[in-house]
Design a protein around this ligand. Sequence first.
Ligand SMILES: Cc1ncc(COP(=O)(O)O)c(C=O)c1O
Length: 388
Amino acid sequence: MSALMQTYARLPVTFSHGEGVYLFDTQGRRYLDGISGIGVNGLGHGHPAVTAAIRDQADKLLHTSNLYRIEGQEELANALARVSGMDTCFFGNSGAEANEAAIKLARLYGHGRGVKKPAIIVLEGAFHGRTLATLSATGNRKIQAGFEPLVSGFIRAPRNDIEAVRQIANNNPDVVAFLAEPIQGESGVNPLTAEYLGAVRALCDEHDWLLMLDEVQTGNGRTGTYFAYQGMGFTPDVVTTAKGLGNGVPIGACLSRGKAAGVLGAGQHGSTYGGNPLVCSAGLAVVNTVVGEELPANALAMGAVIRATLLEDPEVAAKITEIRGSGLMLGVELGRDCAGLVERALEEGLLINVAGGSTIRLLPPLVINEAEARELARGVAELIRNFN
Ligand SMILES: Cc1ncc(COP(=O)(O)O)c(C=O)c1O
């Protein structure tokens, strides 16, 4: 037993290096990575563009703090604004911090409107992080239990139920924002429909709320567009992202637009490391590669290959009740507890994850090719076939 706090039930494997969609353990055994470090390594392992950017920047300068202008940070903010349609960007170091920034922004926006106790609508099954505010916004009692008193100011609604949001609107003049993941990841890959989100957008406009999307997991090309809301016919006011943005270096971003863009001013939020030269060099390499190599399109195409391959064998298809998600964010629903499949997969040299208890979650690198996508899907199909 090491001196680590045992906050994770870790699997008995240690990786020494990676190459593309494969990881190698300290014994030299190869594993196909179907989870990308929980949606982080979108460009896979050892991508030359990211490695070169980090090396070059490390040679020059790691950190200066936000007391000074950082060229790379401005460049990354501009690149993210271009790909998202947002206007301004705050950098933190994680998804939870990106959401903390959004929550603070919404409260400040509410106070600016004269609302003394601003409230944010959040959804059942949501996951927004492990800090006190973000775990309070999270819709999973297991994550909250023992950490009471929770942060107040969140009103919970069932997902994809626009009537519930309407009722909250009618009964709560203190609401100032709506926060949700376009596709819930941790609850088991549960998408919100474009119709629902479009109707929420209309309610936000009607009541002067901010529409805030948590794209920590869905963003950076994973679902088939740079951000999941793109192609849904509306634009949010605030977007948070992290995970895939750094491909492994810790970075989170809170993007905002229009009336939300100038809300957080000097001295109202901050982070010592946030957006430092090192992480921004990696982030910029990621954005340029995701766009330049058209990885969202590859995510769509390879997601389709995985779905089709999983359903090839009728015996396996009969055990799958549903495949949810978009692009390379896939939830293979088995309708019964399947947590044990993760260790079985590991024995077969396959890295997968189970979310929500009964859903195999697949988040492979966006650079996966067709042969690798088939290999992943056939491996998962084999696990399902033998799962009795
Ligand atoms: C949708 C979503 N939001 C927020 C977070 C928290 O991100 P982090 O672990 O980087 O704080 C996660 C992490 O799984 C996530 O999936």
